[in-house]
Write a protein that binds this ligand. Structure first.
Ligand SMILES: [Zn+2]
Length: 105
């Protein structure tokens, strides 16, 4: 899918149609978005739960490459961000979409 780098869309801050620069939002990892959530690494480390009983679900399954259901979805979700060229504020599209290939033209 090809999408132009600059588009005209409604700016929620200026409340009129202005030129917007398009950016792809980087995917964040779970630990960076919610560093102190339940079962996060830093919290389990603090409670001393990293060592102990069980194998942490590691060796009960075959390796990922041998599992049948892996790699079924070949496309990835893409989130777009728009920066208004007048007020320089960013706004995000409400939902991402799937595409195998993505390119900003
Ligand atoms: Zn604006």
């Amino acid at each position: 899918m090809k999408i132009p780098k600059v588009t005209k869309r409604l700016c929620p801050y200026c409340k009129k149609h202005t030129e917007h620069k398009v950016e792809v939002a980087k995917a964040k990892t779970r630990s960076s978005t919610r560093p102190l959530s339940r079962y996060s690494r830093s919290r389990t480390n603090a409670r001393g739960l990293t060592k102990g009983m069980g194998n942490k679900g590691k060796y009960s399954m075959p390796p990922i490459k041998k599992r049948k259901m892996m790699n079924k979805k070949l496309s990835k979700k893409i989130d777009l961000r728009y920066q208004c060229q007048v007020c320089k504020k960013m706004s995000q599209k409400s939902h991402g979409f799937r595409a195998k290939k993505f390119e900003l033209v």
